[in-house]
Each structure stands twice: as C-alpha cells, then as structure tokens.
Write a protein that binds this ligand. Structure first.
Ligand code: CP
Ligand code: NVA
Length: 307
C-alpha cells in the first residue's frame, strides 16, 4: 500500500528511526543513492511562499537522480478549477511522488486518498512533518539520542510546528513541553494523540501557560514565528498576546547548561526570539536548515521503497 507523510504520526517509532538512520547515511554520502535515476520526476507544489522547502526538495530530488517539477498553485488549476483528487489522478500518470505545501490538512488527505503515488506534506496550517525530521536529525547529531530528552516549545501553541513537535517528539520518546498563552493553545485532539503515542514510547507531554516552567532544565528549546503564513492580518494582536513568550537570554539560561536552540526559520528577531539567543552559541539553526535536505532525501528514498 502506498505510504504518505501527511502528519508526523503517519510514521511509527521504528519507521521514524529508520528514516533518521537513512538520513545520516545520505548525509555522509550525498550522491551515493540514485533511486530516481531515469530521471523520474517529483512534483513539488506550493500554495504558500518558501525558501528552504523549495530549495531542499529541488536539490534533494536532483541528488537522487530525479527531476524536480516545482509548481506554484497560482499558475496551475489546483485551488481554482480543479480538486486535489483530480489533480492527483493526473500527476500520478507522470510523476513518482507529490510534495505539497498548502493551507488545509483536508486537501492533503483528499490528494493522498485519490492517488497511487506517495504524497508528502511540505507544511500545512496544522503540521510541518518534513521540518520535524530535520529537527530530530539535528538534535540527534548534537545530543547523540532523542529518547528521554526534554524539548520545550514556547510561543504560538496553535502553530503547525507545535503540532508536529507533539506528535514527532512523542514518537521519538521525548518529553515534550509546550508553553503558550491560553488563546493560542494546541489542538486538543493532537495533544490527545501525542499523549497516547508517548504512553507507548516512554515520552510525555506537558502543557503550561508559563514559559519559564516550560523551559526550566530543558535539553532543547524551540520557537517559531508568531505570525504564520495566512495569519498576517492578526499580527498586532498576536504580538501583544505572545510578547511574554519571547525566548530571551534570561529564559534560555534556565534551560540545561548545554541546551540547544532550534527555529525552523524564517525568524523575526526581537519578537519570538532575542538576537542573542538565535545568533548565540547554543543555536543550531544552520545545521537544522541544512538537514532539511538530508532528511527529505531519506524520506523520499523510504517512501519510494514502500510504494
Ligand atoms: N522552515 C521552512 O519550511 O522554511 P521555508 O518556508 O523557507 O520553506
Ligand atoms: N509556522 C510557520 C512555519 C514557517 C516555515 C508558518 O506556517 O508560516
């Protein structure tokens, strides 16, 4: 049966670990695996802006011997005249996989249900699972393990990165803490799914409205923009509500002494994070950005092997 990555818990703990192990191998031998030689084509569709996702998929598909076909929704029939499932029925006749950055999760589910080729969520309003594979790879490189580590996300709790940290962190056996203001809380059904997964992996989930409680003693500190794509109209009200959740040097100092700082980027320095933190010695954001390439290549290899 065709496998897709629409949300982080589409991968079991063993499958997530397998893909991360593969990512280590492809990073060490960048041009050693060519499963897309032919070249086979992978469609990469964008409803929203992107730098990292666009470049890492284009370069990664080429590294694997394939041909990336980058499509802007604005110049296609998708989102206007044509449904995700009809688009998928057409694309599957010509491409080996479909990667899609979009708004609603339902469109991704419709596309995956209607096609025989793997569909990858390259960010939706709800999840960013490709970013989490890169983040977990980065944490593993710097800490040597994932299970048992405490990761604290502070900021917009209703963010796609939070939902992905809840699911992927729990899958990896991590202790996931989220610090957020009441009005920007994670989706309860995703929290429940993460708690269920954590119960099987030895991880845990803790929610708090106190950023200091979230970060105290954490091994990894994470934040993300307060104004995600599509929420630009809410900027002023969000900044007001989220200001107490900035990752400041003082807050970072309460994490473990060797804590890492991660941010998926793009960042708004002076809002969700102080420049001294994101540009400081504990920040691993450039490794994290590079690891999009290696993690997604491993994901594509794995999906094509399981197609
Ligand atoms: N982190 C991330 O997905 O970046 P882009 O929006 O530039 O793709
Ligand atoms: N939460 C951000 C992530 C950007 C990569 C957004 O959705 O805009």
């Amino acid at each position: 049966m065709t496998r897709h990555l629409l949300r982080d818990d589409d991968l079991s703990p063993a499958e997530q670990a397998e893909i991360l192990d593969l990512a280590v191998q492809v990073k060490a031998d960048r041009w050693g695996r060519r499963p897309l030689e032919g070249p086979q084509t992978v469609a990469v569709i964008f409803d929203k802006s992107s730098t990292r996702t666009r470049v890492s998929f284009a370069v990664g598909i080429a590294d694997l011997g394939g041909s990336p076909l980058i499509i802007s929704t604005a110049n296609s029939q998708l989102g206007g005249k044509e449904t995700p499932s009809d688009t998928a029925r057409v694309l599957e006749r010509m491409v080996s996989a479909i990667v899609w950055r979009t708004y609603g999760q339902a469109g991704l589910e419709e596309m995956a249900a209607g096609t025989t080729v793997p569909v990858v969520n390259a960010l939706s309003d709800d999840f960013h699972p490709c970013q989490l594979l890169a983040d977990l790879l980065t944490i593993r490189e710097h800490k040597g393990r994932l299970a048992g580590l405490t990761v604290a996300f502070v900021g917009d709790g209703a963010d796609n990165m939070v939902h992905s940290y809840l699911l992927a962190g729990a899958t990896a056996g991590m202790h996931v803490r989220i610090g957020f203001p009441t009005e920007y809380a994670p989706y309860p059904r995703v929290v429940a799914d993460a708690e269920r997964i954590a119960g099987t992996t030895g991880g845990s989930v803790r929610l708090t409205n106190d950023p200091a409680e979230a970060i105290a003693g954490a091994d990894v500190v994470v934040t993300d923009t307060w104004v995600s794509m599509g929420r630009e109209d809410e900027k002023a009200v969000r900044i007001e509500a989220l200001s107490p959740y900035q990752v400041t040097p003082e807050l970072m100092a309460t994490a473990a002494a060797d804590a890492l700082f991660l941010h998926c980027l793009p960042a708004d320095r002076g809002y969700e994070v102080a420049p001294e933190v994101i540009d400081g010695p504990q920040s691993v954001i450039w490794d994290e950005a590079e690891n999009r390439l290696h993690a997604q290549k491993a994901l594509l290899i794995w999906l094509l092997e399981h197609a």
